[in-house]
Design a protein around this ligand. Structure first.
Ligand code: ATP
Ligand code: MG
Length: 420
């Protein structure tokens, strides 16, 4: 029996990978114009990095991590997200001593032991961005504007940017208490999970998908009514800047992010087209995280987009694989050798050229040219070669012309630009 891949971990095949490349190239391009540099960190980290940053009582740490002991008995974890590893690297490499502001982005696989379904996998991919060292709400607005710009650029329209503020260590405790008080009076209506966790992580109850929990918390106190002066001002300014630059958003005071490190501004890019997997991107400010991880007390803000969900949203607007500019069809050994050498020279000069390598019939070569959707076919027979001639067929129109092999390379290169 052949060996299969692991459930929830997918291959990305030709035909689909072009859309991935497009999404990644756009991120590089757009994030570059906002001054972001790429950072690459390992996919495995010490387990404690995630426990300390994401939080012991979060879904990720409680039940979703791929954790194992290596042969020296170190507890290691396949990264479930990118922010903690990037912060670990930032601190370890003392990047703040080189530049007080860091704008970084990353791409790559993340791992969570979740129930696989559409838009939810065990190995999935994120493109994420982080800014370290700026407290001013202008940077919140920049990051959100960049995110919104990205969605426009890749042609994903059915999304809404939702914004919230989760306060700071000064005002969040009072809100937590208010929420716990509210939940305590409604425990019977809550699901088992929420009844267990309402004390340790009351905000998560607001995020619960169970109908009972949703109904019971409909009138729950709003985090936005509990912000301290500083957080309130920060949040108003973020909104003001977004309005100034014309980045659309809505406020969702019930949005709680599943990770403990968030402070102040939090946000999600939400869609209606992916069922319950409705968040395509998510992020927020994490002003205490770098210090908690043993680094300097620098603020940070960032987001991560789920690439599989972006690909799903591209739907039938996917990027087509590149088509050959030229297919060389040859009859007879001599013509085949000539074609092979010509093809190799053309490829070296940037033309996407293909041929049949195995001396099949002309009919079968043309079939292959069709299958590959070659734009033009150069047919060289033995007699033609003797006359230093060839037939060039334009597939779309079916027109065919006789060309001299003299200077044909130059002609093909000038007449068949890859951007057709
Ligand atoms: P969800 O609420 O869907 O579980 P999340 O809050 O756990 O998402 P984050 O940790 O904020 O997600 O990750 C950011 C983005 O990564 C999500 O918006 C989503 O697009 C993507 N993502 C998260 N988990 C998965 C997964 N298991 N499979 C595919 N994409 C995922
Ligand atoms: Mg999740």
């Amino acid at each position: 029996m052949s060996i299969t891949g692991i459930k929830g971990m997918n291959d990305i095949l030709p035909g689909e990978v072009e859309t991935w490349q497009f999404l990644e190239e756009q991120a590089r391009h757009i994030f570059g114009t906002y001054g972001f540099s790429e950072i690459r960190v390992p996919v495995v980290e010490k387990t404690e990095l995630f426990c300390r940053s994401i939080g012991e009582t979060t879904d990720i740490v409680e039940k979703e991590m791929y954790t194992f002991n290596d042969k020296s008995n170190n507890s290691l974890t396949l990264r479930p997200e990118g922010t903690a590893p990037v912060m670990r690297s930032f601190i370890q490499n003392k990047l703040h001593t080189k530049d007080p502001v860091a704008k970084l982005y990353y791409t790559g696989p993340m791992f969570r032991y979740e129930r696989p379904q559409k838009g939810r996998y065990r190995q999935f991919h994120q493109i994420g961005a982080e800014v370290i060292g700026i407290e001013d709400p202008k940077i919140d607005a920049q990051v959100l504007t960049m995110l919104s710009h990205y969605f426009d650029a890749v042609g994903i329209e059915d999304v809404e940017l939702q914004l919230n503020s989760l306060g700071c260590p000064e005002c969040r405790p009072a809100y937590r208490q208010a929420l716990i008080g509210f939940l305590e009076a409604r425990l019977e209506a809550l699901c088992d999970d929420c009844r267990r966790r309402y004390q340790t992580n009351p905000l998560r109850v607001l995020d619960c998908k169970a109908t009972g929990c949703k109904e019971a918390t409909a009138e729950a106190p709003s985090v936005l009514d509990h912000l301290c002066g500083g957080c309130d001002e920060h949040f108003s300014k973020v909104q003001g800047y977004l309005v100034d630059v014309g980045t659309p958003f809505t406020i969702n005071a019930r949005m709680v992010r599943g990770l403990d490190y968030y402070t102040k501004t939090t946000f999600e890019m939400v869609t209606n087209s992916l069922g319950s997997q409705n968040a395509v991107a998510a992020g927020g400010r994490y002003d205490g995280l770098i210090k908690d991880l043993g680094g300097p007390p620098l603020p940070g803000i960032g987001f991560a987009m789920g690439v599989e969900r972006l690909v799903l949203m591209k739907g039938d607007k996917r990027i087509e694989p590149s088509r050959p500019d030229l297919f060389l069809a040859a009859l007879g050994d001599e013509a085949a050798n000539y074609s092979f050498a010509l093809m190799s020279r053309l490829q070296r000069q940037g033309l996407h050229a293909e041929m049949d390598y195995e001396g099949k019939s002309l009919k079968s070569q043309l079939r292959r040219a069709n299958k590959l959707q070659a734009r033009r076919v150069l047919i060289i027979g033995g007699d033609e070669l003797a006359r230093q001639e060839a037939q060039l067929r334009t597939m779309e129109t079916g027109t065919q012309e006789t060309l001299s092999l003299e200077g044909i390379e130059k002609f093909l290169l000038s007449g068949l630009t890859p951007a057709l």
